[in-house]
Design a protein. Structure first.
Length: 133
């Protein structure tokens, strides 16, 4: 079970590093084909929507990403696991204003071919006010 938790923590580290470097292919490899993302105030995002968004934000249109993810809890239930994290994401669009969002995520992962992948993710991030707001 400890090895599974370490693999899931590595998935989070790899996801964050790939996001920061703009490596969408690596991020996509970390999710199941039927992955679903739930974000407050937004329609359900499926993996195909994620691919479309990544393609639209590539090249010269690519925003800069930074952030941190602090795993709070991982529970392994056979071939499934859930994880709760505290996440901060900083996005700077080209020529645009930096936006910081922070909050928690609750993720469901599944083991496919011996590898943990993200299957479901509920993202409860909210905008962080700038100083003086």
């Amino acid at each position: 079970m400890q090895r599974d938790k370490e693999q899931i923590r590595q998935l989070v580290s790899t996801w964050m590093a790939a996001t920061k470097s703009g490596d969408a292919e690596t991020v996509l490899s970390l999710m199941s084909e039927d992955a679903i993302f739930l974000v407050t105030g937004q329609p359900v995002m499926r993996k195909s929507d994620f691919v479309a968004a990544a393609n639209a934000q590539s090249g010269e249109n690519a925003p800069q990403f930074d952030g941190t993810s602090e795993v709070q809890e991982i529970k392994i239930l056979g071939e499934w696991a859930y994880m709760w994290t505290k996440l901060t994401v900083v996005v700077t669009p080209p020529g645009g204003k930096t936006v910081t969002r922070a909050g928690h995520t609750l993720s469901i992962l599944k083991k496919e071919n011996g590898k943990w992948v993200l299957a479901r993710d509920a993202n409860m991030l909210a905008p962080v006010p700038e100083d003086g707001e």
